[in-house]
Design a protein around this ligand. Structure first.
Ligand code: NAD
Length: 346
């Protein structure tokens, strides 16, 4: 069975998810939506993804033809031929699309800009794939929550319980965004604790976690400074924690001192060297020499490529909802291998 996937919202995340889906041999992109005939339509045309309008309004639909783009119709026309829709609309907008998806009888996946309460279910491949099997819909958690899950879930599973405090140093805007800031300030999130850490508990309620957050003038990555408290008798050492993360998919460990990768700038250069489209880094980057275990504490830094770490998670979430792969590690391996081939890297 080839799963028919619609992408509603062909922006930063949507265009990446479309390619990740197109790379797989068990699913296909049957259409992507744009609100109006803007420059992103050219990319969809070049990639061969059928173009639809985000709305059903005939005037908005005909504006695409007027601008020279073939348009398959409105969102209802797209949903009529889809098995699942990945909603990649801007944060807090997706919730208003929910009733439409339910009425069309398609499964739905929202992104981290929506609240967990909207969907009542959230998803990270390594945290709760099995809980999402066969579900009507879910929410792939944010880039930050995905990053925290990738390194914290293995620690939780190795130690039985963990308690976490982290500081999220957040990028001000995505590289293609001209509307957000700050451009010359460090802006604290004054609602403490911030929502970022506790969002991990939507996929693993057994992780006790709080966070604080600041936004800084950079566009390329987020950084997390994390302190984990392990239970008494945990038996972990710095080297066993590193080994644990080496076995975890979608985590990259590198020694900053040895490699010269000492900041997010070099991490992103490393990602561009790897050769994925847009210079993406789906993996969470952990500096080996920034990890330390002493007593009951683990300290570490990790860097998150906000535009892409959630992308392969959406592919795994499709398999969970469709019930086509119950083993999260098998899904991750299949997703990542297909993306590598798609990018000409395997
Ligand atoms: P974006 O603004 O780059 O793209 C959103 C796209 O949706 C645009 O093409 C826009 O025209 C379209 N759109 C507008 N209104 C719509 C509607 N009503 N229905 C469908 N589409 C509509 O946004 P993005 O950065 O891709 O974010 C999408 C989602 O992914 C948000 O929930 C966001 O929080 C989440 N997310 C973003 C990032 C990131 O760093 N950009 C990381 C992880 C998760």
């Amino acid at each position: 069975m080839t799963v028919k996937v619609a992408i509603n919202g062909y922006g930063t995340i949507g265009k990446r998810v479309a390619d990740a889906v197109a790379a797989q041999d068990d699913m296909e992109v049957i259409g992507v939506t744009k609100t109006r005939p803007s420059f992103g339509c050219d990319l969809a045309v070049r990639k061969g993804y059928p173009l639809y309008c985000t709305y059903d309004d005939p005037e908005r639909i005909s504006a695409f033809a007027d601008a020279g783009y073939a348009c398959g119709g409105g969102i209802s026309d797209l949903l009529a031929v889809a098995d699942v829709v990945v909603d990649c609309s801007p944060g807090k907008v997706g919730a208003s699309n929910m009733e439409r998806y339910k009425a069309a009888g398609v499964k739905w996946i929202f992104q981290g800009g929506e609240k967990h309460a909207t969907t009542g279910r959230s998803y990270t491949s390594c945290a709760n794939h099995a809980d999402n099997l066969g579900a009507e819909g879910t929410r792939v958690v944010s880039c930050n929550t995905t990053g925290l899950s990738r390194t914290l879930v293995p620690l939780l599973e190795a130690c039985g319980s963990i308690s976490v405090e982290c500081t999220m140093i957040r990028r001000a805007a995505d590289p293609g965004d001209s509307k957000k800031g700050p451009i010359n300030a460090i802006t604290p999130v004054l609602k403490v604790p911030s929502h970022h850490g506790p969002d991990v508990m939507t996929v693993r309620p057994d992780i006790d976690i709080t966070s604080m957050a600041v936004a800084v003038p950079t566009t390329i990555m987020h950084m997390h400074a994390i302190v984990v408290t392990l239970p008494d008798g945990h038996g972990m050492t710095t080297s066993s924690v590193l080994d644990l993360w080496r076995q975890q998919p979608r985590v990259v460990l590198m020694h900053g001192g040895d490699t010269g990768i000492t900041s997010t700038a070099e991490v992103m250069e490393f990602a561009r060297d790897i050769g994925r489209t847009w210079g993406d880094l789906h993996e969470i980057f952990v500096w080996e020499d920034g990890v330390k275990v002493e007593g009951n504490k683990v300290w570490y830094f990790q860097a998150i490529h906000q535009e892409s770490d959630v992308v392969p998670e959406n592919v795994d979430a499709i398999r969970a909802l469709m019930g086509t792969e119950s083993d999260w590690r098998a899904s991750v391996a299949r997703t990542d291998a297909a993306i590598a081939v798609f990018n000409g890297l395997a």
